[in-house]
Structures are given as C-alpha cells and as structure tokens.
Design a protein around this ligand. Structure first.
Ligand SMILES: NC(=O)c1ccc[n+]([C@@H]2O[C@H](COP(=O)([O-])OP(=O)(O)OC[C@H]3O[C@@H](n4cnc5c(N)ncnc54)[C@H](O)[C@@H]3O)[C@@H](O)[C@H]2O)c1
Length: 254
C-alpha cells in the first residue's frame, strides 16, 4: 500500500515511537490521526503536524469506539492502524513484600494486550467495509508493537513479557482471520529504542544498555521504527509475522 493520502491511525502517538511514526507518515503524505491517553500532549503534537489528535484510552471499549468514529468523520475510514500505545512496569512475581498484587499484572495486560486487541477489532471492522484497493485487493494494514521481552522476558518483566507475548500470538491468528478481507497484520518487536520510556533512566544505565547491543552499538532511533512501519505498508508480502528491530540484542536475565 502506498500510504500517500490514506487515513492512518497511530495510537500512543503523543510520545516515543508513536509520535515519530505519526510525524514520519504525515510527511510521507498520509492523513494521520494521533490517539493517546494523554489528550493534551496528543492534541499539541497533532497541531504541530496539522493532523488530527484524539484523546483515547485504547483499553476502554467506549473510549476507543468514540475515537475511531472521530477519525472516520475527520479523515475517512482508516486503511492503516499502528498500535504503539503501551506501558512498562517492573515487578517480580514474588517480591520482598510477597506476591505481586494481581491488579498490577492485569493493568499491563489490559493496556498492552487488550488495548491492542480493542483497536484491532474496531479498526478492522472499518477496513472490511471499504472497497478493496487496486491492483492487489488490499483493504488495510495493521502494525502492532510487541517487544523482544516477548521472547526474553527479564526478571521483573512478568506482566510486560506476557502482554507482549500475547501480541506476538495474535499476529498470525488475526492475519489468518483477516486474509479473506485483504487486511494484513504485522508486528514489530523493538529492542532498545531511545524514547521517553528509556530516556528517563540514568545516563550510565542508558550507556550500558547501548553497549549491550551487538551492532549497531547504540539505542535505536524511533524514526527507524517509523521507517519499518512505512516499509510494512508498502510491502504486500509481509503478513502474519513479527520483525525484531533490535541490532541483534538478546536480553540477559537481568
Ligand atoms: N522504548 C523501547 O525501548 C521499547 C522497546 C520495546 C517495545 N516498546 C513498545 O513500544 C511501544 C511504544 O513505546 P515508547 O517507547 O514509544 O513509549 P512512550 O512511553 O514514549 O509512549 C507510549 C505512549 O502510549 C500512551 N499510552 C499509555 N497507555 C495508553 C492507553 N491506555 N491508551 C492510549 N495511549 C496510552 C502514553 O501516554 C504514551 O504517549 C510500547 O508498546 C512499548 O511497550 C518500547
């Protein structure tokens, strides 16, 4: 799919990889709608880009439905969905104070996995209702964000790793289910990317993280994620799979 002129939804677009993707795809000529829980920041980002900004909790059925409806009326039905909204927490399954409170696990699953699923179900429904595009019969492209933690969850990452493992599992499943409608589903599993999620850490921690990447020995740039999203949209043969964007890093246990 050539994304020029297409209606695109990016979640988690107030910050990090979502913000970089919204900016990159807007420059490439897409009509991008930026969705984020942080409504002030997302409206500000959208205004900078001359794009549409909508406050939205991806894990809430009503909030996400209202946001998708707002996008349809502003930009037309979406052809591309990029799921970037996510949260990361660190807590052992059994810590010094006893077992992890169940709600802490549920909260991460709720945003990262259920939020991704919620957006997929609502946006795919809009994609299915559109005419297929020529010449290949494609109706839409969905790009999710997992993490290398889906494969090598570190100590303290139970909730995060499980949530991202769920996103990985959904990829081939949803691609199969949507194939007859011409909607592709792909997932990117980033390694260590220089976004506010990581940049809040002390400099020496960032340096040691960067040194743990085999090559290139640095943190990833959010724009490198955005470029991969564009490529996935353009390359019709990419479907039902997860691409690691990680400089060959394999996370250590801690
Ligand atoms: N930065 C990394 O190294 C890294 C590595 C692997 C995976 N990831 C994943 O990439 C995605 C983007 O991360 P980032 O580093 O850009 O983080 P970020 O914190 O910079 O941005 C995440 C955005 O998601 C939004 N968000 C959180 N909960 C939401 C909700 N319920 N509804 C709507 N929006 C919500 C936040 O407000 C924020 O703007 C996340 O899914 C994250 O888990 C990040």
């Amino acid at each position: 799919m050539n994304i020029e002129g297409q209606s695109v939804i990016v979640t988690g677009a107030a910050s990090g990889m979502g913000a970089a993707t919204a900016q990159y795809l807007t420059k490439a000529g897409a009509r991008v709608a930026l969705l984020d829980l942080n409504s002030d920041q997302v409206e500000e980002k959208a205004a900078e880009l001359g794009a549409v900004g909508v406050g939205c909790d991806v894990s809430d059925s009503d909030s996400a439905s209202a946001a998708v409806a707002a996008v349809v009326s502003a930009n037309g039905p979406p052809r591309v969905l990029v799921n970037c909204a996510g949260i990361a927490t660190g807590e052992r399954i059994v810590g010094r104070d006893g077992p992890m409170p169940l709600e802490n696990f549920s909260r991460v699953i709720n945003v990262n996995l259920i939020g991704t699923f919620n957006m997929i179900r609502l946006v795919a429904n809009e994609m299915f209702a559109q005419e297929p595009m020529e010449p290949g019969g494609e109706r839409g492209v969905i790009v999710n964000t997992a993490s290398v933690a889906a494969y090598e969850g570190q100590i303290g990452q139970a909730a995060y790793a499980a949530s991202k493992g769920g996103v990985v599992a959904l990829t081939i499943q949803a691609a199969r289910e949507f194939a007859s409608k011409g909607v592709r589903v792909m997932t990117i599993a980033p390694g260590l990317i220089a976004t506010p999620m990581l940049m809040g850490m002390p400099q020496e921690v960032q340096d040691s993280l960067a040194a743990s990447v085999p090559f290139p020995q640095r943190l990833g740039d959010p724009v490198e994620y955005a470029r991969l999203v564009e490529h996935i949209c353009q390359n019709e043969m990419l479907n039902g799979d997860v691409i690691r964007l990680d400089g060959a890093i394999r996370l250590a246990p801690r």
